[in-house]
Every structure is written in structure tokens, then in C-alpha cells.
Design a protein around this ligand. Structure first.
Ligand code: ADP
Ligand code: MG
Length: 387
């Protein structure tokens, strides 16, 4: 049975959040703006979300005492990170509204389950094989090479992945991963990557944000351009597939579906995230309601807000690399934010992380424009200024 947040939560009520990263931080801010209080459960002492939450339970995700306290305080709980144990969500679901459901998170948590699920929804995925042993690799279709071996669980930002030219490299990578279950995917020739963020309420009503065009560098999102520069037909098919997937999961909350666009215009689902997504950060500044506001609305049993985009947007991720003068630099220094903010269309978001490391997501800038071309030209200037 579904626990509907009825009657809707009221200002002053508590929302619970598992995970203390930047997604949680932006969720806290949106929820607080609607008048709610947020309690964050995260084991890190100085987490980005813990720093702005009304309360921070500094404990592990499966800590029984912390989960009990969360249950006492909150009528609704969510997660900002898909590697939270689905069992912790199931445990909490006995006493309160949990979105997304443990079952939805479990699908997105495991690439093997996820790929089979997406395929069963009628949307193609890259040709792949399930790899549970070295024998599976030796028996794999040679047509999957050159490929990418991806650990089935716990990967993010390109971690837990290896590009493999042939079966020998694949065997070596499988060994390096410690023989954990993997998928071997064929490496596709990508014309573009896009994503669709969907917000879906307990009542089954769902809305899709405009399609986002994403550029990755070294497996990490670098730039999102919205709306994506694709044909109406591609945009419609991506949106339709994302909504179908959300519906098939009976999903509650915010879900992102990432796609590859191939050179013939066909679409392939790459993966999904059972939470707000980096490629949807532009919605904070460019849409009527942000993806984080939707997450809070869903949890509180409130109607969804409008996903309408008010201005073309380019989002630039700020990785820790720009804190370092050059490739040799040992000690970080603060980038020149004044130079960024000199562009009046640029909105700066820093996540309050105390230590800058290369490859670490430290913040983002959203550039709004009268046109996408204008937003892009300012974004390019900012990227150059930040080095
Ligand atoms: P993560 O969970 O780290 O985001 P992804 O599976 O999304 O992992 O892979 C990260 C990036 O690597 C993708 O956004 C894409 O740029 C590239 N990539 C992944 N799989 C493929 C593939 N089968 N063919 C070509 N590029 C790929
Ligand atoms: Mg990805």
C-alpha cells in the first residue's frame, strides 16, 4: 500500500533526506523556501547539505538509531543519491512516506536490472552482455568490442568503468574491478548525449522538463545546454521514453533518464538516476519550478509546479580542477568569481565543499540568454576565464 502524504504537509513540517551532497543541499534550499524544515542523514561531518539543513544526523545510512530519529521527526523522506541502501528506504517506508520507493532505487542501482527494465519498456539500450564471471566475458559476442566494461553497482562520474578494445583488456579490467558483476557494452558512436528530467507525484501526474543537451569530459558532465539542439522529433521521442519509464516504474519523485543520440537520429537509453540530476540544475534559474522544488512538492503531497523554461540556458559544471593554476599546481587557490559575476546573466552556485580536488564537483554556473547562442557565447567566455 502507498502512504500518501494526506493531508499535505504544512510549513514547519520536517522532510527527511538521506545523503548530504550538493543535490541534497539544493533540495534543502528549495524545501526551506517552501517553508519546510529538513533533516539530513549523512555520515560526513561537514557535508554540503548538512551545512544548510535544519538538522544534521551525522550517522551511517543504516544506523538504526538515526533512522528511528528520522522516522520520529519526519512524515516524508527522500534520497539524493542512488547508492543509499534500498533496504534503508524499505525500513523507513513502514512508518512514513518514502519517495522514490526502495524498489525504484533498486532498479537504478544496478546496471543489469536497469538495462533489462528499460529494454522491457520498449526503449533500446546499447548492445550489452551481463558479465558475472571471466567465462561470461570469454563467451561474449565479439561484436561488443571495442566496448566499455562497467561495474553493475556503485559507479558514478565515469568511475568503475574501463574502455576495453578486446577480450584480453576486458578480462584485465574485470580482474581489477575485483570480479564484481558488470555489464559489457558496445562503444557507440555518439552524435550527442541528452537527458530528460521527469517529476511524478503520488497521484501519477507527471511532467517532463525540456530536453537537456549534455557534454561530458572524462566521463563527468561538463556542460548542459537547454533546450537541446535536436529536432522536434528527437525531443519528442526522448520525452516520451522518459515518461514511459517513469510510469512503468510507478515512480514517485524526480527521475532523470540519460540518452545517447546516434548519428541516424535513433535514441538509446544510457542510464537513469532516481533523483534530481546534474543536467537539471539549470532549472533552478531558468524554469518556473526547479527539479528540487518538485522533489519537495511531491514529498509534501503538494501539486507539481510548472516545468516551463523561461529563458535559454547553458550550465557549466565547476570542477575542482579550476582551483589549480595548472596541471602541476599542488595547492588550490580560489578562482576569480568576480570575473564570472561580471556577466550579469551568470548565476553562480557553490556547494560549500571545503576541499577542492581535481574531478570533484564544486559548483556550477547557469548562464541565461535571450537566445541560446547568446547564453553559449557568454558560457564560453566564462569557461575561458576560469581556465
Ligand atoms: P556514470 O554512471 O559514471 O555517469 P555512464 O554509463 O553514464 O556512467 O557513462 C559516463 C559517460 O561515458 C557517458 O555519459 C558517455 O559519455 C560515455 N559512455 C558510456 N557508455 C558509453 C557507450 N556505450 N558508448 C559510448 N560512450 C559511452
Ligand atoms: Mg551517466
Amino acid at each position: 500500500a502507498r502512504h500518501l502524504p494526506l493531508p499535505p504537509l504544512q510549513p514547519g513540517d520536517w522532510l527527511g533526506l538521506l545523503g548530504g551532497g550538493q543535490l541534497g543541499r539544493m533540495f534543502c534550499m528549495a524545501a526551506q523556501s517552501l517553508g519546510f524544515r529538513v533533516c539530513v542523514l549523512d555520515p560526513g561531518a561537514d557535508s554540503p547539505a548538512g551545512a544548510v539543513a535544519d538538522r544534521h544526523l551525522c550517522a551511517g545510512y543504516e544506523d538504526p538509531q538515526a533512522l528511528a530519529e528520522l522516522g520520529r521527526l519526519c512524515r516524508a523522506v527522500t534520497t539524493e543519491f542512488e547508492n543509499v541502501p534500498a533496504s534503508a528506504l524499505d525500513l523507513l517506508a513502514a512508518g512514513m512516506v518514502v519517495s522514490p520507493a526502495g524498489a525504484s532505487v533498486a532498479v537504478a542501482q544496478d546496471r543489469i536490472v536497469e538495462k533489462a527494465f528499460v529494454r522491457d519498456c520498449g526503449t533500446p539500450v546499447a548492445p550489452y552482455a551481463e558479465i558475472r564471471s571471466a567465462a561470461d566475458l570469454r563467451a561474449a559476442d565479439p561484436g561488443l568490442f571495442p566496448g566499455i566494461l562497467k561495474a553493475a553497482r556503485l559507479g558514478y562520474d565515469g568511475k568503475g568503468q574501463a574502455r576495453v578494445a578486446d577480450v584480453h583488456e576486458a578480462l584485465a579490467a574485470f580482474d581489477r574491478f575485483g570480479g564484481v558483476p558488470c555489464v559489457l557494452e558496445r562503444r557507440l558512436d555518439l552524435a550527442m548525449e541528452v537527458s530528460v528530467v521527469v517529476a511524478r507525484g503520488f497521484d501519477g501526474l507527471q511532467l517532463a522538463y525540456p530536453v537537456s543537451e549534455n557534454v561530458h569530459r572524462d566521463g563527468i558532465l561538463a556542460l548542459s545546454t537547454v533546450p537541446a539542439r535536436v529536432s522536434q522529433d528527437v525531443a519528442w521521442r526522448a520525452t516520451d521514453a522518459a515518461l514511459k519509464i517513469a510510469q512503468a516504474m510507478d515512480y514517485v519523485g524526480v527521475l532523470c533518464v540519460e540518452f545517447f543520440v546516434l548519428s541516424d537520429g535513433s535514441l538509446v537509453v544510457n542510464e537513469m538516476a532516481p533523483r534530481p540530476h546534474n543536467s537539471g540544475h539549470y532549472s533552478i534559474d531558468a524554469c518556473v519550478s526547479s527539479q528540487f522544488e518538485q522533489q519537495a512538492r511531491v514529498m509534501a503531497g503538494l501539486p507539481l509546479g510548472s516545468v516551463r523554461q523561461l529563458a535559454p540556458a547553458v550550465m557549466i559544471n565547476l570542477l575542482g580542477d579550476i582551483w589549480f593554476e595548472d596541471a602541476q599546481a599542488r595547492t588550490p587557490r580560489e578562482p576569480d568569481w568576480a570575473a564570472v559575476l561580471r556577466h550579469p546573466q551568470a548565476k553562480l552556485h557553490l556547494y560549500g565543499k571545503t576541499e577542492a580536488r581535481r574531478g570533484r564537483k564544486m559548483g556550477h554556473v547557469t548562464v541565461l540568454g535571450d537566445s541560446l547562442d547568446e547564453a553559449m557565447s557568454v558560457a564560453i567566455q566564462i569557461e575561458r576565464q576560469l581556465g
